[in-house]
Unconditional design. Structure first.
Length: 319
């Protein structure tokens, strides 16, 4: 089977690695154009491109795929490359571009998407983050037959993964990336012998995982402690939790909601600060901060943070 691939970040790289290791012929890899990154803002290849080049796989990096759009020349070149590659199927994982009808129709077996949720829950751009933020007990990976809608196609394979009480997006990402790579190989092996059984997504239970906005990092201390604790886990490693201390920016990474009341304290008030953490009054309950970061500094356990920054009950975080 000839398997073309479209993907960009680390999640996709893991899937490409599994496809390559399984012995599939990969005649073309599509990935996003190189982007500026790092302190020097030098152009950097995506993880998918890095893997493809290291293993001698042809790469195309169109800026768009619409033949009538702004990047029509790129789209036409990508169409020619895909037609020349003659794939039986196109596997897509976190590619970052919408596939127009001509792409969906080109491979003999269509396009298969590796989606990091149990569809129809958390269609959209950030399913891992939103599952943790919402307090879901589990999530998973769905291999989906792509159609013209936003993650609306028939389901081909799915597997569930529990979300632990302390699980971060970074940790869950790695688990789901490995699962996605395994499942898509299974799906292609089944497709080769006609063993896939598409199942339409149910109309009930649809939710959308909107893209993460950096503005969401600001911690609103009037919210319940449990909500803030989930958000911090959801936003680790990006964009973290943001607040201020004495007017200076402060990042918060790890925290836990305590089963006790904050009393009459104003939300954002420091209730206690010690080696176990920094307790902050919230709109409901108390949030214990366990890992923090000053601008330009490293992520530090609360005990280490307090060695360089004294905090006393009654001080306030945020505005």
């Amino acid at each position: 089977m000839r398997v073309a691939f479209a993907g960009t970040p680390e999640f996709a790289r893991v899937a490409l690695e599994r496809l390559h290791a399984a012995g599939f012929t990969i005649p073309l890899v599509l990935t996003q154009p190189d982007r500026p990154a790092g302190r020097g803002m030098q152009l950097q290849a995506s993880p998918v491109k890095q893997f493809a080049l290291a293993h001698g796989l042809p790469v195309a990096q169109p800026r768009g795929l619409r033949l009538d759009g702004k990047w029509a020349d790129d789209a036409a070149a990508a169409r020619d490359a895909l037609q020349a590659a003659a794939p039986d199927v196109l596997v897509v994982a976190a590619y970052g571009l919408i596939l127009p009808a001509w792409v969906l129709a080109l491979p003999r077996l269509g396009c298969l998407n590796i989606h990091a949720s149990l569809l129809p829950r958390w269609r959209g751009a950030a399913p891992i983050h939103r599952a943790i933020e919402a307090g879901d007990a589990s999530t998973g990976v769905t291999i989906m037959q792509m159609d013209a809608g936003l993650d609306t196609g028939d389901m081909l394979l799915a597997e569930t993964v529990p979300i632990g009480a302390d699980t971060t997006t970074g940790q869950l990402h790695d688990t789901l990336a490995a699962l996605g790579g395994r499942l898509v190989v299974e799906a292609l092996e089944l497709a080769a012998c006609g063993g896939l059984r598409p199942v339409a997504q149910p109309a009930e239970g649809v939710t959308y995982a909107s893209k993460i906005d950096k503005a969401e990092a600001t911690l609103g201390w009037s919210q319940p402690a449990e909500v803030l604790a989930r958000r911090l886990r959801a936003f680790d490693p990006f964009p973290g939790g943001a607040t201020t201390l004495d007017g200076a920016p402060l990042k918060v990474w790890r925290a836990e909601a305590l089963a006790r009341d904050a009393g009459p304290a104003v939300p954002g008030t420091v209730l206690a600060a010690g080696s176990e953490g920094i307790d902050i009054a919230c709109g409901q309950g108390v949030l214990r901060l366990r890992e923090l970061q000053r601008p330009g500094g490293k992520r530090l356990p609360a005990a280490d943070f307090l060695r360089g920054q004294a905090l006393a009950p009654g001080q306030r975080l945020g505005s």
